[in-house]
Write a protein that binds this ligand. Structure first.
Ligand code: AMP
Length: 396
């Protein structure tokens, strides 16, 4: 029987993982008077920079995990690929929300799909594949094109390969290099959408408006909210996300990525039991951000309103934007309807999520236009800042 205990402001929340999701969670939690401790294998992480305490240790270091858990009231996650054993060590000393079971399901693509199928929820047709022969059989069964994905989670499209007609399963399997995989029918979708839903200790739920997501190179590029979909599909998507949360017996936040087909049907692509990149708009554009909602859910507080204040668009800022030097922040800041978020990451590698922009508008089209315009402005040649400082000094 899961605990219904409530943790009030002043309590200490532990976050496993040190990325930007934990960073924004820490901002929300500290604003509401909570303390935040973070645990991850790295130092000076995006979360650690804002936490009261940062512990850099391995997830398989039992003593460090137990010591961390002794210092917190509730443990939550900004990263679901934490070993189950780690969560169990922590659970000896603190509340864990969402549960180890939810993490166990959501950190493995095959388990996740089997859970969804078992619960009677809609998803693309799939088959487990463990060797070249099984891949051949699955291709026969599901047809082509199809998508081969590693069973253990990759992220942002890593560990995925589209298979076209007439490809040799043995060659595909050899080059894929995964030991366990899932073959999935290729879905000719109309749109990709996601719903973020929170579920509290009392089973009450609150879903955000449906997000419409545009990907580039398998990485989320732009999200607009509300999605340009009919009202009944919007309702259906939110109900579906709620059903998943209920079947998982979730306490916390869940992002449900879905494919919307031309006939209006929805298929679930992926689950994440934590805040999600497509929900970043909520930090600026919702009554309650997804991060505050995660906090409320895991602390046993009533959930906040998920109402949107304005149509909004979010554009990711990947490390590639730094290729020719520091982006022109002043140019984006000059746009009054744009908010700049940066994650404090020192190294701008290609494809690495470094930050994002959120823009508001009177319509999603206007918001998207502003977000993209601001992102393009980041590449304009900036007036050389260092030189200006030197000039100022010399005239003093
Ligand atoms: P995933 O890591 O599974 O979320 O996949 C990353 C992206 O690849 C998705 O957001 C889609 O754009 C695309 N994708 C994944 N699976 C499929 C599929 N079965 N059919 C079509 N596109 C897919």
């Amino acid at each position: 029987m899961p605990s219904h205990r409530i943790y009030l402001p002043g309590s200490t929340i532990g976050v496993m993982g040190g990325g930007q999701l934990g960073r924004m969670f820490a901002i929300a939690a500290r604003r509401m008077g909570y303390r935040v401790h973070t645990f991850s294998p790295q130092e000076d992480t995006p979360t650690g920079q804002l936490a009261d305490l940062e512990v850099a240790a391995r997830y398989d270091d039992a003593e460090k995990v137990r010591e961390f858990a002794r210092g917190i009231d509730v443990l939550t996650f900004e990263f679901e690929n934490v070993p189950t054993q780690t969560v169990e060590w922590a659970a000896e000393f603190c509340e864990v929300r969402p549960s180890a079971n939810v993490l166990h399901i959501c950190q493995h693509r095959l388990r996740e799909k089997q859970f969804l199928a078992g619960a009677g929820l809609p998803l693309p047709r799939f088959m487990p594949v463990a060797n070249a022969d099984e891949l051949g059989e699955a291709l026969q069964h599901l047809g082509t094109p199809a998508v081969l994905k590693t069973a253990a989670f990759g992220y942002d499209g890593k560990g995925q390969r589209k298979i076209e007609r007439r490809e040799d399963p043995a060659k595909v399997w050899e080059s894929f290099g995964g030991s366990h995989a899932v073959l999935e029918q290729f879905v000719d979708f109309e749109k990709e959408v996601s719903v973020i839903v929170a579920r509290g200790v009392d089973g009450r739920m609150a879903a955000y408006p449906v997000c419409e997501n545009l990907h580039r190179n398998h990485i989320l590029d732009v999200t607009v909210v509300p999605a340009g979909i009919p009202a009944e599909v919007d309702m259906q998507a939110r109900v579906l996300a709620g059903e998943v949360a209920e079947k998982l017996d979730l306490v916390g936040l869940l992002a449900v990525e879905m494919f919307l087909l031309k006939d209006g049907a929805l298929l679930i692509n992926e689950l994440a039991p934590r805040p999600h990149n497509s929900g970043h708009f909520s930090f600026d554009a919702s009554v309650t951000s997804q991060f505050e909602q995660q906090l409320r859910a895991v602390c046993g507080l009533p959930l906040g309103s998920t109402e949107s204040l304005r149509p909004a668009a979010m554009a990711n800022l990947l490390g590639d934007l730094w290729a020719k030097g520091e982006p022109n922040w002043a140019a984006a800041a000059a746009m009054p309807h744009v908010k700049i978020h940066l994650y404090g990451k020192a190294e701008p590698r290609s494809g690495r999520k470094m930050g994002h922009l959120v823009a508001f508008g009177n319509s999603t089209e206007e918001a998207m236009h502003r977000a993209l315009e601001a992102r393009a402005a980041l590449l304009k040649t900036a007036a050389p800042a260092a030189k200006r400082r030197a000039t100022a000094k010399s005239t003093r």
